[in-house]
Design a protein around this ligand. Sequence first.
Ligand SMILES: Cc1cc2nc3c(=O)[nH]c(=O)nc-3n(C[C@H](O)[C@H](O)[C@H](O)COP(=O)(O)O)c2cc1C
Length: 337
Amino acid sequence: MQETTLDIPSTAYTDSLRLSVAPMMDWTDRHCRFFHRLLAPGARLYTEMVHANAVIHGDRERLLGFDPVEQPLALQLGGSDPALLAQAARIAADWGYDEINLNCGCPSDRVQAGRFGACLMREPALVAECVVAMAAAVAVPVTVKCRLGVDEDDDYEQFAAFVDMQVAAGSAMVVVHARNAWLKGLSPKENREIPPLKYDWAYRLKAERPRLPVVLNGGIATVEAAQAHRQHLDGVMLGRAAYHDPYVLHLLECAQTGAPARSRTELLLQMQPYVEQWLDRGLALKHISRHLLGLYAGQPGGRAFRQVLSEGAHRPGAGWELVQAAIAVTGEGRDPG
Ligand SMILES: Cc1cc2nc3c(=O)[nH]c(=O)nc-3n(C[C@H](O)[C@H](O)[C@H](O)COP(=O)(O)O)c2cc1C
């Protein structure tokens, strides 16, 4: 095993890793992130993956724009060309992002064809070149999100060697989605469900490299599970649970800080100025409200809330009154207690 050459990371940095929300294409856009920020003021948030070429040539306001409230915020980049990734990382750092993360975990066919995402687990030296170039281009942390391996790989040492190479190249921490990616025969969705989770590999990685910040991702859905993992690791990253049941983010934040939990309704009402500001700018409500649908998941009235909001948001001119109408059917009413 190669001990990390990493400088001892600051406490402020490692503290900010305790809870994060995963990068999710089509889901963690700026509106979703703003909402998650209200629920979990201390969480580290990630964008959807954006390809380096898009950052360089695309509509930057649309791809990179964020509200400062979302910080600490990481941009996740896709790509495998060191020079392009470095250029994109520099643009993102100038834009104000707090971290640049490289995707080494996405298994989609489109991504494989572009030679990035999870297939990079098979090209550790190329990933290291990318990390070196990105880290040289920016002052903020450059990090890697990876799997345990691809296809039939079942070799802890190979996984650990991949991580060690990226850390030696300059990755300030690693997010481990603790399962393999199967590049053939499984859809991206199946790739988040079928390959078995092996949390013990992430635990072992951390135990052997105590100074390397390690964040665990994959299948974490409850406060209890998150707290248990955090005994072994620097932090947890929640993906689907954060999206489908976002109140769990608030409960996790409260468990961490000791602050009393606020009600769902109280938290949601804080969205009003943000929503109205975007409606004034011509955005349709549905682009924000779709991220709110899971707030009352598992609660009495949760389905009715979802139904009122999802059906009504498609009507032209839908505004904040619709959110109030949806709150009214939950039984939490508008009582902020
Ligand atoms: C809709 C969706 C989109 C995703 N997009 C990305 C992405 O852009 N980049 C990435 O690294 N992972 C992506 N993922 C994977 C998640 O970041 C995470 O690794 C995975 O969902 C496992 O965590 P979970 O069990 O907490 O959901 C996506 C997952 C979902 C559900």
